[in-house]
Design a protein. Sequence first.
Length: 348
Amino acid sequence: MNEGITIEKLKKPFITEAGFRFNEPDVAYKTWGSLNKEKNNVILICHALTGHAAADEWFPGIFGSGRVCDPAKNFILCINVPGSPYGSVGPWSENPDSGRPYKSSFPEITVRDMVRFQQQLLDQLGITGIELVLGGSLGGMQALEFSIMDDRIESAALIAMGKSHSPWAIGISHAQRQAIFTDPKWNNGNYDKNDGPAKGLAAARMMAMITYRTPSDYEKKFSRGLQGDSDQFQVESYLNYQGKKLADRFDAHSYITLTEAMDSHDVSRDRGSFQEVLGQIQSPVKVIGIESDHLYPTHEQKELAKLLKNAEYKEIKSSYGHDAFLIEFEQINDIIKPFIKEKQTLSY
Ligand SMILES: N[C@@H](CCO)C(=O)O
């Protein structure tokens, strides 16, 4: 995962919406291709909850010749969000005031903070234009906020999310956070980095994995089959495996910070009505739903596309559910690629 990742400091202080100040925080990012002279051939990929800057690892099918992200044509960039455990400033970064990790004192981060953090790096790199910003789930929320907050954005592809985080999605996040808090090793956030609430984090991931998939996907994969010679259902073994896998690579503080950031998502907050806010976006947008998504059902993307002035709704046909944005690459390319061409025809 660390291969090709750059970690540098933001040269200006990063101040969150709530007023917390980070002086020169670390920012981790990865790039592919070359920046043109005008510094405007940029495709910006925004990552989801447990993602990281190495987008070629979790979005592999959209990279390459003839695909959305062709490094021979574009300068492609993915920036790790603050609060994540993957290189940008996060709960385990050193608090310069105490010389110790922030842990529970790491501040609230909103989706808008994630955008402003990335804007500071884009400014530092001298980026003048962003041909396309795209992302799924939390990545889509950032891409939508980018379309509102950054006039460098020329087009956007928003996958599997909506205009705000629904009570359904907030409820699911809340239940997951409770699983972490209930693990005695959470200890009010005072745990050692290598001895955290792994069981709580794994349980949170298991709940999440159910919302990322569908009954028919599980039926097809596992049926009521038992795991080997054991009396455990295959689906139980699968969820145990997925839970442990996340607990081994992620962190409970980050999980809480980033799920709360997702809950903050509401483009109308302190701005006016959804109609007013979304009606102001001039750039063309593809809003992409997944027909089997139970977490962010397609009515959310259809509604978003209607509220935007210059948007088209497209649907990924898949039985995988929400995680189809990490699986159905051919359809994602088919939907977004012609859009890039249309846009290029318009701009050049
Ligand atoms: N599966 C994705 C979250 C889906 O929104 C992740 O682990 O980041």
